[in-house]
Design a protein around this ligand. Sequence first.
Ligand SMILES: Nc1ncnc2c1ncn2[C@@H]1O[C@H](COP(=O)(O)OP(=O)(O)O)[C@@H](O)[C@H]1O
Ligand SMILES: [Mg+2]
Length: 341
Amino acid sequence: MRNLFDTRPKSSRGELYDREDELKFLDRVVDRPLIVVLGIRRIGKTSLLKAFLEPYNGIYIDLRGAGTHIELYERLSEGISSGLGKLRRFLEGIRGISIMGVSVSIKWRGQDSISLLGLLEELNRRGRFIVVFDEAQEVRPVLSAELRRVIAYSYDNLGNITIVLSGSQIGLMENFMGLGNVNSPLFGRYAVRLVVPRFTSDQSREFLTIGFREAGVQPPADVLEEAVAFFDGIPGWLVHFGRSYVDGIMDMGEIKERAVSIAMSELSRLSRRERAVLKAIANGAVTWGSARRLAEEYLGETIPKSTLTRIVNKLEALSIIKDYKFLDNVYMEAAKQLKLT
Ligand SMILES: Nc1ncnc2c1ncn2[C@@H]1O[C@H](COP(=O)(O)OP(=O)(O)O)[C@@H](O)[C@H]1O
Ligand SMILES: [Mg+2]
């Protein structure tokens, strides 16, 4: 049995802490054509989705960084392979799919090949089937256009297929889907939405208590309380804390620092101006004007108005901030420490 502090996503309902309401909701809407699951990084989307799939015929596809057709079909075959135990019967006899022992190969070009759309059509004939596309906003442009077309076709024609799109960057997800964009094939479609909430303080406390009990370790109450407050209901960070502590890093300062440096390396992908604006917000700028002044001061140069607006919008689309507030304390700490050279 895996531990609650296992840093990988959980994959079954039994491993999941709580999420009863979310699972109940998803079970209720399981036969809808399009479900969108949103939530900041480390909130537990992947764990929830894998646990959700457990009793159904379905696959989980991780789209992080997928840019080419080959990559899409690789992810697809990985998804099928990992669900092969229960899917073998369901997939039997589908052209273009060969099952060899515990792995799956998809032929997507040439004779006897099958496209993603063709595969969905075959699956649709066999009964209810759920396809989860995780971190869909990360798909690069060529592929994302195709994906939108396939999803739109499925929505309109394949009554047994349930598409679940999930993503951490909420604004980018909205752009990707383009439900309100006349130029998107998905324009005007209706998506059922679920926003995965953070744990309450009580849930965080209970989560940590169960995890530590499983590991046979008991941290002092004040350390536990500090973690509950700082990591603010984000399960991925609670796991980081629990795992670190169980592994012998018992100094809260060091545990926080390690979390901050993980966040920092993600933020380092932003441009210098974007980092300056983020740092300004982390240091208390709560309006457009004050963020601009402070960021300009850090940079020693002016930032055009339109540029600042674009940057603030991007930081929101990435779900790092909302209304000049950070959605995650760890990222706020990291932003305070950003270097602008
Ligand atoms: N409900 C939960 N019960 C147990 N562990 C969880 C839960 N939600 C998230 N986790 C853990 O938190 C970490 C991040 O979860 P993950 O599902 O990868 O989040 P996301 O996909 O939103 O980034 C993983 O280590 C995962 O095991
Ligand atoms: Mg995930």
